[in-house]
Structures are given as C-alpha cells and as structure tokens.
Design a protein around this ligand. Structure first.
Ligand SMILES: O=C(O)[C@@H](O)C(=O)COP(=O)(O)O
Ligand SMILES: [Zn+2]
Length: 210
C-alpha cells in the first residue's frame, strides 16, 4: 500500500474501532511504518472517530516531527517498539474497557497477565507482559518496552491499557480486538472453574500462525 492508502486505512479502521466501542473520547493512539521508513501516528488528543488523513502526524525514527499535527505524547514508546522489533509494522494503543480493567488488578503475573484458555489468543498474541505504572507520556514507558519488544506481540501498561503490535495495521487491529475479547472472557470466567490450555497445547499452537 502507498502512503495515501495507509493514511486512509488508519482513518477507516480507527473509525471502525471507535464505532464498535474499542475507543472512546480522545483515548489511545495508533502508528504504522511508512514505505519510506518514516512513521505515521495519530495526533495528540485526537479521537479515533474523527481522524483526518491529511492531519495525521509523520515522525522519523528519532521522533522528529516532520509533518501533520503534533504527534501523540506516546510516540516515543511506539518508536522504541519499532526499533527493537523488526516484525512490527503497526501499533495500536487502547483504553478499551476490559483490558484497562485488567490493567488495574493487583497481583497480575508480570510475565503474562492472561494465562491462555483459548487457542486464538495464543495464535494472535501469546503472552501479555505487564509494564509497571508510569504517568502517560513518561519516557520510562519507552525504556521498559525497549526491553520487552521483539519478544512479545502485546503489552499491558498497569493502570492504563494495552499496546498491541502487528505485521501491518490491519493485523494490529485484529490482534487488538482478539485481545480485548479475551479480557472480556477473562472477567466472564472469574470465579468459575476454568480449564486453561496445557503447556503442551500452547506449545503446539505456537508457530502454527493464525
Ligand atoms: O493515556 C494517555 O494519556 C495516552 O496514552 C493516550 O492514550 C492518549 O494520548 P495522545 O495520543 O497524546 O492523545
Ligand atoms: Zn493511553
């Protein structure tokens, strides 16, 4: 896809997520890698329901603002992930209801906030490491993510929300939707005896793709 098509794809899929309740108000941010090596990102304070293709921000790999409106205050953590994960070409950060609720629970396993109970979660996401709470926009988020990126496809910011990567923008959005639905199931299953996938079942799923 060329830059114009990628801009339109970000506008259309952001609107779709907004319309289906995955994003509200001005929460969350999005980015993708452009064919020329620069990055397209949502402007700070923008609503997923009202993005304008020409207003989207372009930054270089060092975070220099090249064009469009002022980029998300989280652009540093997006760039930290791209730097460390060559398979990541798009990133979705949400404050979606169930994942954000999950991010506020005490005693989450820092290595994996959702132990697998369905195969599609394993195939699309795998594990969900937790980044400790830092205020939004803090450079510490990028520093912590730089240590995890490349090893995981999604991350949970404590008391904040999820970050999901993808091989392209559509893949990142699909992964984000799957992860949010998995968190919803997690709460539906709370206090119910649950059969988790065994380690052998998880290993069998990994590497099979989607
Ligand atoms: O939670 C926050 O404040 C940010 O992480 C966020 O989601 C929205 O910030 P901008 O992308 O700067 O609008
Ligand atoms: Zn946020």
């Amino acid at each position: 896809m060329n830059e114009a098509e990628l801009r339109q794809q970000m506008v259309d899929l952001a609107r779709s997520m907004f319309d289906r309740g995955y994003a509200t108000g001005g929460a969350g941010n999005l980015s993708l890698k452009l064919p020329n090596g620069h990055f397209l990102a949502t402007p700070t304070g923008s609503s997923f329901g009202r993005l304008v293709a020409e207003d989207l921000s372009v930054v270089d790999k060092n975070g220099n603002h090249l064009s469009g409106k002022r980029p998300s205050k989280e652009v540093a953590f997006h760039l930290a992930i791209y730097e460390k994960d060559p398979n990541c070409n798009a990133i979705v950060h949400l404050h979606s209801t169930y994942l954000t609720a999950l991010s506020c629970l005490e005693n989450l396993d820092p290595n994996n906030a959702i132990k697998a109970f369905t195969p599609y979660y394993v195939m699309r996401v795998g594990e969900l490491p937790v980044v400790p709470y830092y205020r939004p926009g803090s450079p510490h988020i990028a520093e912590d993510l730089a240590k995890l990126a490349g090893k995981y496809r999604a991350f949970l910011l404590a008391n904040h929300g999820p970050i999901i990567t993808g091989s392209d923008f559509l893949d990142a959005v699909d992964n984000a939707e799957e992860l949010e639905e998995t968190a919803k199931l997690f709460f539906l299953l709370a206090n119910k005896p649950t059969r988790y996938l065994t380690d052998d079942e998880v290993t069998d799923l990994k590497g099979r793709g989607k």
